[in-house]
Design a protein around this ligand. Structure first.
Ligand code: ATP
Ligand code: MG
Length: 307
């Protein structure tokens, strides 16, 4: 296997969900590259295909057409057995609601050790404690899951997702059920993991405050990437091991950004709705002109009423 610059590469990726009556095209020719060690967020309206995309990368479901490579591995060519191994070792998942991964009556450290028991890892207990430290939960290692807050449980879930040393951490709405302060803390935890472990992290979220915490925000519309923002970072300092919610010292602050619209392979680009309404179009025609190397899109001249 060769080391590629991009850990995730997809080209014209299509996912169609078929039910008895209908077909839903959840991904409509998605192109996306994620660099090794990138911390990226995906935003988009409900139903735009965010979870579908994450599930394809995570090997939880098979794409319908296109190309998808993760760490040089072709997700289309994997056998069922290879896919099981892939899910176990290459990717870690964090969800909005982690009840399905956590055992409420067991202490935090035993919950973290669980995936390692399955792998018969001898140093599982020590590793569990290291991981709890990494997510700032070492002080609660003996607490039962049921005694922890939603945000604390979420950090335990992150530690569990890291138990098998994945290369990529995928998080689907990880802050969907916590308050804004806890959300900020969880995003801060992702930042630390990204910087300290060089972990590639993809976060799907509705929370626009994530933009300050990642290096790139990609917007999905209708199963395709429509625009992206590249953030310019200005690190406030070194990240310390964090133990309390109000300790946000050393978080990276993104001071400015550049916004890009994404052309699809047919040369189409989506115009943001606020631009469109500002143009006050009457029909669906626009004038397209080249002006000093710039493409100008204009509303057609209104026809003057003849008397
Ligand atoms: N298992 C499935 N079977 C049929 N259709 C599905 C399935 N999963 C998703 N879809 C459809 O695919 C489209 C994309 O869904 P997806 O879950 O990826 O959206 P999303 O961007 O994650 O939305 P949300 O923000 O609400 O979580 C939707 O129209 C959805 O109804
Ligand atoms: Mg979703």
């Amino acid at each position: 296997m060769t080391e590629t610059e991009y850990i995730i590469e997809c080209d014209n990726l299509v996912k169609i969900y078929k039910t008895d009556e209908t077909e839903v095209m959840a991904l409509q020719g998605m192109d996306c590259k994620v660099a090794r060690g990138e911390l990226m967020a995906i935003i988009g309206n409900s139903g735009s295909g965010k979870s579908t995309f994450l599930n394809m990368i995570g090997g939880l479901d098979r794409p319908t057409a296109g190309r998808l490579y993760v760490d040089g591995l072709d997700l289309f060519r994997m056998s069922e057995k290879e896919l099981v191994e892939y899910k176990r070792s290459k990717v870690g998942f964090v969800w909005q609601n982690n009840a399905r991964n956590l055992i409420p009556y067991l202490p935090a450290w035993q919950n973290v050790q669980m995936p390692m028991l399955l792998k018969k890892r001898a140093d599982g207990k020590k590793r569990a404690e290291e991981l709890l430290d990494l997510v700032g939960m070492a002080h609660k290692r003996h607490a039962r899951l049921s005694e922890l807050s939603g945000g604390e449980q979420q950090r335990i879930a992150i530690a569990i997702a890291l138990a098998n040393d994945p290369d990529i951490l995928l998080a689907d709405e990880p802050t969907g059920s916590v308050d804004p302060q806890t959300a900020s803390y969880i995003f801060g935890t992702f930042q630390r993991l990204n910087r300290e472990l060089g972990l590639t992290i993809v976060i799907v979220t509705h929370d626009l405050s994530v933009a300050d915490k990642v290096s790139r925000v990609v917007s999905i519309r209708d199963g395709k990437i429509s625009s992206e923002r590249i953030m310019k970072t200005d690190y406030a300092g070194q990240l310390e091991s964090v133990g309390t919610l109000d300790d946000t010292a050393g978080e990276a602050h993104f001071t400015s950004h550049e916004e890009f619209a994404i052309l699809d392979r047919n040369g189409r680009v989506q115009i943001p709705p606020e631009f469109l309404s500002a143009m006050e179009l009457e029909g669906n025609r626009v004038k397209l002109e080249m002006e000093d190397g710039r493409v100008v899109i204009e509303a057609p001249k209104k026809e003057s009423k003849q008397s």
